[in-house]
Ligand binder design. Structure first.
Ligand SMILES: C[S@@+](CC[C@H](N)C(=O)[O-])C[C@H]1O[C@@H](n2cnc3c(N)ncnc32)[C@H](O)[C@@H]1O
Length: 218
């Protein structure tokens, strides 16, 4: 199982907010996920997943343009989850469940969930050679994606790290479960495919870094 090396919460996070979050009706954990699934199966046909949702900007956007779809989202950085909770309340959103589990933990508890679309926007790049084993997307990860998708499922990935981009291409090519539908470094493609300009997308653009955008299809 891939360990998590990033930040779990900011220093300012209040304990009372964490307790509220864990009791929040749109927050899932290993115990309540499968119960939630039973209810959702009656209401929704399409389930999507965002891995590493950050502050939830893309997630909120996607959930609003596809109101008949349901969105699961995971990110161990709980301060982002607190921001997302506020947005869900402000916009009265009801088609999202989120959690602070890592992808590996989610993979253990997911049951027989399959996702139509999976978004992974700006996964931590871990640019130093000695840290590259910490990267989320590798061959093992692609094998796991195969287990949570079905024919025609799509995986959307963006990164501004060229070395990570090569690792992503190689991992998908070697595992051969998905075909490459699009590989673009043209920012217009992100807009064309309705990818929200998240904090890390805006930062990459501001710093004039090339954004590698992939769509894989099963
Ligand atoms: C660079 S940020 C990008 C956030 C957001 N997607 C954006 O575009 O602004 C990467 C996010 O991935 C999350 N993350 C890192 N490892 C993860 C894992 N194993 N499973 C799920 N999320 C992870 C981090 O906590 C962080 O919030």
């Amino acid at each position: 199982m891939l360990s998590f090396y990033g930040r779990r919460q900011s220093r300012k996070t209040k304990r009372s907010n964490l307790i509220d979050l864990k009791n929040y009706k749109f927050f899932f954990n290993d115990v309540n996920l499968l119960n939630k699934k039973r209810k959702l199966n009656k209401l929704y046909q399409n389930f999507n997943l965002e891995i590493g949702f950050g502050k939830g900007e893309n997630l909120i956007f996607q959930s609003q343009i596809k109101k008949n779809d349901f969105f699961f989202a995971i990110d161990p950085f709980i301060s982002g989850g607190l921001k997302l909770k506020k947005e869900i309340e402000i916009y009265k959103i009801s088609n999202i469940y989120f959690s602070n589990v890592t992808f590996s933990q989610f993979f253990e508890i997911k049951g027989d969930f399959n996702f139509k679309k999976i978004f992974i926007l700006f996964p931590d790049p871990w640019p130093k050679k000695k840290h590259q084993k910490r990267r989320l997307i590798n061959e093992e990860f692609v094998k796991n994606l195969d287990q949570i998708t079905f024919k025609n499922s799509e995986i959307y990935i963006a990164t501004d790290d060229d070395d990570y981009s090569n690792q992503i291409s190689k991992s998908f090519l070697k595992q051969n479960f998905f075909k490459l539908l699009l590989k673009s470094t043209d920012n217009q493609s992100l807009e064309d495919y309705n990818i929200y300009p998240t904090k890390y997308l805006r930062k990459a653009k501001k710093e004039n870094r090339r954004i590698n955008f992939f769509i894989y299809k099963k």
